[in-house]
Design a protein around this ligand. Structure first.
Ligand code: SF4
Length: 196
Protein backbone atom coordinates (compact mmCIF):
# COMPACT_ATOMS: atom_id res chain seq x y z
CA UNK A 1 0.00 0.00 0.00
CA UNK A 2 1.24 3.48 -0.83
CA UNK A 3 2.47 5.47 2.18
CA UNK A 4 1.12 9.00 2.63
CA UNK A 5 2.82 11.75 4.54
CA UNK A 6 0.72 13.61 7.13
CA UNK A 7 0.45 16.61 4.72
CA UNK A 8 -0.66 14.41 1.80
CA UNK A 9 -3.18 12.63 4.05
CA UNK A 10 -4.76 15.96 5.09
CA UNK A 11 -4.99 17.10 1.45
CA UNK A 12 -6.73 13.91 0.24
CA UNK A 13 -9.14 13.88 3.19
CA UNK A 14 -10.04 17.52 2.76
CA UNK A 15 -10.73 17.23 -0.99
CA UNK A 16 -12.76 14.01 -0.55
CA UNK A 17 -14.81 15.60 2.20
CA UNK A 18 -15.37 18.75 0.16
CA UNK A 19 -16.43 16.68 -2.86
CA UNK A 20 -18.91 14.52 -0.98
CA UNK A 21 -20.29 17.51 0.95
CA UNK A 22 -20.87 19.44 -2.29
CA UNK A 23 -22.63 16.42 -3.77
CA UNK A 24 -24.82 16.18 -0.66
CA UNK A 25 -25.76 19.82 -1.04
CA UNK A 26 -26.91 19.17 -4.58
CA UNK A 27 -23.83 20.26 -6.54
CA UNK A 28 -23.34 16.91 -8.23
CA UNK A 29 -21.63 16.77 -11.65
CA UNK A 30 -24.98 16.02 -13.32
CA UNK A 31 -26.53 19.19 -11.91
CA UNK A 32 -23.48 21.18 -12.91
CA UNK A 33 -23.92 20.01 -16.54
CA UNK A 34 -27.63 20.82 -16.48
CA UNK A 35 -26.75 24.34 -15.34
CA UNK A 36 -24.45 24.87 -18.35
CA UNK A 37 -27.26 23.78 -20.73
CA UNK A 38 -29.69 26.18 -19.13
CA UNK A 39 -27.20 28.98 -19.68
CA UNK A 40 -27.01 28.16 -23.39
CA UNK A 41 -30.76 28.69 -23.71
CA UNK A 42 -30.97 31.71 -21.41
CA UNK A 43 -31.03 34.29 -24.23
CA UNK A 44 -33.27 32.35 -26.59
CA UNK A 45 -36.96 32.74 -27.42
CA UNK A 46 -39.10 29.69 -26.72
CA UNK A 47 -41.80 28.74 -29.26
CA UNK A 48 -44.27 25.86 -29.10
CA UNK A 49 -44.78 23.84 -32.25
CA UNK A 50 -45.72 20.39 -33.55
CA UNK A 51 -43.29 17.85 -35.00
CA UNK A 52 -43.68 17.80 -38.78
CA UNK A 53 -42.84 14.16 -39.37
CA UNK A 54 -45.74 11.88 -38.53
CA UNK A 55 -49.36 11.69 -37.48
CA UNK A 56 -48.54 11.22 -33.80
CA UNK A 57 -48.18 15.02 -33.71
CA UNK A 58 -45.77 15.37 -30.78
CA UNK A 59 -45.38 18.80 -29.21
CA UNK A 60 -41.94 20.43 -29.36
CA UNK A 61 -40.29 23.45 -27.81
CA UNK A 62 -38.08 25.41 -30.19
CA UNK A 63 -35.41 27.78 -28.91
CA UNK A 64 -34.32 30.57 -31.24
CA UNK A 65 -31.63 33.25 -31.08
CA UNK A 66 -32.29 36.71 -32.47
CA UNK A 67 -34.88 39.13 -31.15
CA UNK A 68 -36.07 40.57 -34.46
CA UNK A 69 -33.73 43.54 -34.19
CA UNK A 70 -32.26 45.02 -37.37
CA UNK A 71 -29.22 43.05 -38.59
CA UNK A 72 -29.96 40.24 -36.10
CA UNK A 73 -30.40 36.95 -37.94
CA UNK A 74 -32.86 34.62 -36.21
CA UNK A 75 -31.79 31.01 -35.87
CA UNK A 76 -33.23 28.03 -34.06
CA UNK A 77 -30.47 26.44 -31.99
CA UNK A 78 -32.24 23.81 -29.92
CA UNK A 79 -35.41 21.68 -30.03
CA UNK A 80 -36.77 19.34 -27.40
CA UNK A 81 -40.01 17.60 -26.49
CA UNK A 82 -42.68 19.71 -24.80
CA UNK A 83 -43.25 18.29 -21.29
CA UNK A 84 -46.69 19.93 -21.13
CA UNK A 85 -47.95 18.45 -24.40
CA UNK A 86 -50.63 15.77 -23.82
CA UNK A 87 -49.45 13.58 -26.73
CA UNK A 88 -45.78 13.06 -25.87
CA UNK A 89 -45.19 14.59 -22.41
CA UNK A 90 -41.71 15.76 -23.36
CA UNK A 91 -40.55 12.68 -25.25
CA UNK A 92 -39.49 12.53 -28.91
CA UNK A 93 -38.63 9.59 -31.15
CA UNK A 94 -35.25 9.69 -33.03
CA UNK A 95 -36.85 11.45 -36.00
CA UNK A 96 -38.36 14.13 -33.82
CA UNK A 97 -35.11 14.46 -31.89
CA UNK A 98 -33.33 15.32 -35.15
CA UNK A 99 -35.72 18.10 -36.16
CA UNK A 100 -32.93 20.66 -35.95
CA UNK A 101 -31.30 19.02 -38.98
CA UNK A 102 -34.36 19.35 -41.20
CA UNK A 103 -34.79 22.99 -40.18
CA UNK A 104 -31.25 23.86 -41.25
CA UNK A 105 -31.19 21.55 -44.26
CA UNK A 106 -30.33 23.34 -47.50
CA UNK A 107 -32.87 21.24 -49.39
CA UNK A 108 -35.82 22.10 -47.13
CA UNK A 109 -38.69 23.54 -49.17
CA UNK A 110 -39.73 26.84 -47.64
CA UNK A 111 -42.12 28.28 -50.24
CA UNK A 112 -44.46 27.04 -53.01
CA UNK A 113 -42.90 26.15 -56.33
CA UNK A 114 -44.48 25.64 -59.74
CA UNK A 115 -43.34 23.50 -62.64
CA UNK A 116 -45.12 24.23 -65.90
CA UNK A 117 -46.26 21.26 -68.02
CA UNK A 118 -43.32 20.03 -70.11
CA UNK A 119 -40.78 22.09 -68.20
CA UNK A 120 -37.97 20.63 -66.13
CA UNK A 121 -37.49 23.66 -63.91
CA UNK A 122 -39.33 24.79 -60.82
CA UNK A 123 -40.08 28.42 -60.24
CA UNK A 124 -40.81 30.07 -56.93
CA UNK A 125 -44.22 31.65 -56.35
CA UNK A 126 -45.94 33.43 -53.48
CA UNK A 127 -48.43 31.65 -51.21
CA UNK A 128 -51.14 34.00 -52.50
CA UNK A 129 -50.48 33.10 -56.14
CA UNK A 130 -50.26 29.41 -55.28
CA UNK A 131 -53.61 29.43 -53.45
CA UNK A 132 -55.23 31.44 -56.28
CA UNK A 133 -53.98 28.95 -58.82
CA UNK A 134 -55.17 25.93 -56.81
CA UNK A 135 -58.59 27.55 -56.31
CA UNK A 136 -59.03 28.33 -60.01
CA UNK A 137 -57.99 24.83 -61.09
CA UNK A 138 -60.28 23.21 -58.53
CA UNK A 139 -63.25 25.29 -59.64
CA UNK A 140 -62.65 24.57 -63.32
CA UNK A 141 -62.37 20.84 -62.66
CA UNK A 142 -65.42 20.72 -60.41
CA UNK A 143 -67.54 22.72 -62.88
CA UNK A 144 -66.56 20.29 -65.63
CA UNK A 145 -66.89 17.01 -63.72
CA UNK A 146 -69.35 17.36 -60.83
CA UNK A 147 -71.98 14.61 -60.94
CA UNK A 148 -75.35 15.56 -59.54
CA UNK A 149 -77.34 12.51 -60.56
CA UNK A 150 -76.50 9.08 -61.89
CA UNK A 151 -77.86 7.82 -65.20
CA UNK A 152 -80.83 6.20 -63.46
CA UNK A 153 -81.77 9.40 -61.61
CA UNK A 154 -80.19 8.83 -58.16
CA UNK A 155 -78.89 12.03 -56.53
CA UNK A 156 -75.19 11.59 -55.67
CA UNK A 157 -73.62 15.10 -55.73
CA UNK A 158 -70.08 13.78 -56.10
CA UNK A 159 -66.84 15.07 -57.51
CA UNK A 160 -64.45 12.26 -58.37
CA UNK A 161 -61.77 13.91 -60.50
CA UNK A 162 -59.88 15.77 -57.75
CA UNK A 163 -58.55 14.39 -54.46
CA UNK A 164 -57.10 15.91 -51.35
CA UNK A 165 -54.33 14.80 -49.03
CA UNK A 166 -54.47 16.75 -45.77
CA UNK A 167 -51.74 17.48 -43.25
CA UNK A 168 -51.02 15.03 -40.48
CA UNK A 169 -50.09 17.22 -37.54
CA UNK A 170 -53.49 18.82 -37.15
CA UNK A 171 -55.70 18.95 -34.08
CA UNK A 172 -59.03 17.09 -33.99
CA UNK A 173 -60.85 20.36 -34.65
CA UNK A 174 -58.75 21.21 -37.72
CA UNK A 175 -59.16 17.64 -38.97
CA UNK A 176 -62.93 17.86 -38.52
CA UNK A 177 -63.12 21.15 -40.44
CA UNK A 178 -60.87 19.87 -43.23
CA UNK A 179 -63.13 16.85 -43.62
CA UNK A 180 -66.23 19.07 -43.75
CA UNK A 181 -64.71 21.35 -46.41
CA UNK A 182 -63.67 18.44 -48.65
CA UNK A 183 -67.03 16.66 -48.33
CA UNK A 184 -69.05 19.85 -48.77
CA UNK A 185 -67.60 20.14 -52.27
CA UNK A 186 -68.64 16.56 -53.03
CA UNK A 187 -65.03 15.34 -52.99
CA UNK A 188 -64.75 11.63 -52.22
CA UNK A 189 -61.00 11.02 -52.72
CA UNK A 190 -59.83 12.44 -49.42
CA UNK A 191 -57.20 11.10 -47.05
CA UNK A 192 -55.02 12.21 -44.19
CA UNK A 193 -52.00 10.65 -42.61
CA UNK A 194 -53.82 10.81 -39.29
CA UNK A 195 -56.95 9.31 -40.88
CA UNK A 196 -59.42 12.02 -39.84
S1 SF4 B 1 -41.45 12.90 -32.56
FE1 SF4 B 1 -41.56 10.98 -33.71
S2 SF4 B 1 -43.52 10.04 -33.06
FE2 SF4 B 1 -43.59 12.24 -32.50
S3 SF4 B 1 -44.60 13.25 -34.27
FE3 SF4 B 1 -42.36 13.38 -34.57
S4 SF4 B 1 -41.89 11.59 -35.85
FE4 SF4 B 1 -43.90 11.22 -34.96
Amino acid sequence: MQQLSRRQFMKVTASTLAGSSLALMGFSPADALAEVRQYKLARTTETRNTCTYCSVGCGVLMYGLGDGAKNAKASIIHIEGDPDHPVNRGTLCPKGASLLDIIHSESRLQYPEYRAPGSNTWQRMSWEDALDRITKLMKADRDANFVEKTGDGKTVNRWLTTGMLAASAASNEVGYLTHKVARSMGMLAFDNQARV
